[in-house]
Design a protein around this ligand. Structure first.
Ligand SMILES: [Zn+2]
Length: 298
């Protein structure tokens, strides 16, 4: 469908400005002049721009057709793909593949801004920390991920949210829950003290204190434990466990984007959604892509 950069540009233009061009410099609406391929010239402020100006695709040296191919593989592969696989599939450098996937992951953050509601299970899990030497306790750095999953009535899971947190204190857990779930939501947790201020924060707190033998965690909170095991399997499977802590949040965003669209019948729609978000996501510096984005609590 996208044989050349012209078709890609036209497609992105419709996604970015569905109601017609709006100048990113001065906000003027109205058809731009088109002095040359891909360049748009505002009739009001007379400044040039392109459809990718001021977006996550800005100033890329990678052809748009390659970005589109990457987005297609990323959204149609059942479990996504690693940079290594993308490198082989498209015949591009590993670095280029990795940066594209990472930028798309950052664009996925906008995916689902409506907060969770109803009944939500919340728990922390440990991921990563592959021990290369085979010795326990050395070189292992497990990361704590807090996961929230909507539980549907009578059964099934709704949407998820996840965040890499520095520790499991209330100071780390509560801001995540505030960003993830509407006030008034029933939040189901275990007896951990980090959750003790939930009622005061406007949530209906349901605590299940686990008595290890009779009430294993996966029975008491099946949704969050199922999602945690899917996440770990995805990290070990698709990504061979090779995710460093500074990039973990970006992968969590990709997992969330995928999980929340798991029932989407059309892969084409998911592809479209990803590019739609790519052209409304602000640019990220190369440095923050490479060294890990600073994730501000939303
Ligand atoms: Zn303008």
């Amino acid at each position: 469908m996208f044989p050349d950069s012209e078709t890609c540009l036209a497609y992105l233009e419709r996604l970015r400005w569905p109601m017609g061009f709006i100048c990113p410099n001065c906000g003027n609406a109205g058809n731009p002049w088109r002095p040359s391929r891909g360049r748009l010239l505002c009739t009001s402020c007379r400044r040039h721009c392109t459809v990718t100006s001021g977006t996550i695709l800005d100033k890329t040296r990678t052809p748009l057709t390659t970005w589109f191919e990457a987005a297609w593989h990323m959204t149609t592969a059942k479990n996504g793909l690693s940079a290594k696989t993308l490198e082989r599939t498209l015949g591009i450098h590993y670095r280029v593949a990795w940066v594209m996937l990472q930028r798309f992951r950052i664009a996925m953050v906008r995916a689902d801004r409506k907060r969770l509601s109803g009944t939500v299970e919340v728990d922390e899990t440990l991921v990563g920390g592959v021990d290369h030497g085979g010795k326990r306790g050395r070189g292992t750095s497990k990361s704590i991920v807090v996961i929230a999953v909507e539980v549907l009535d009578p059964k099934g899971f709704g949407r998820v949210r996840m965040r890499h947190v520095p520790d499991a204190s209330g100071a780390s857990l509560l801001p995540f829950i505030r960003a993830a779930a509407d006030p008034g939501t029933v939040i189901h947790t275990d007896g951990w003290s980090g959750y003790r201020t939930l009622s005061r924060a406007g949530y209906i707190h349901k605590r299940t204190v686990l008595s290890s033998a009779e009430d294993p965690a996966h029975v008491a909170m099946p949704a969050v434990h199922r999602v945690a095991s899917l996440l770990k399997r995805w990290i070990l499977g698709t990504h061979q466990g090779s995710i460093t802590p500074e990039h973990l949040q970006a992968y969590l965003e990709e997992f969330t984007f995928r999980f929340n669209r798991r029932t989407s019948r059309s892969r084409g729609l998911v592809f479209r959604r990803l590019l739609e978000q790519a052209v409304v996501t602000l640019p990220t510096t190369e440095k923050s892509v490479i060294h890990g984005k600073h994730w501000k609590p939303q």
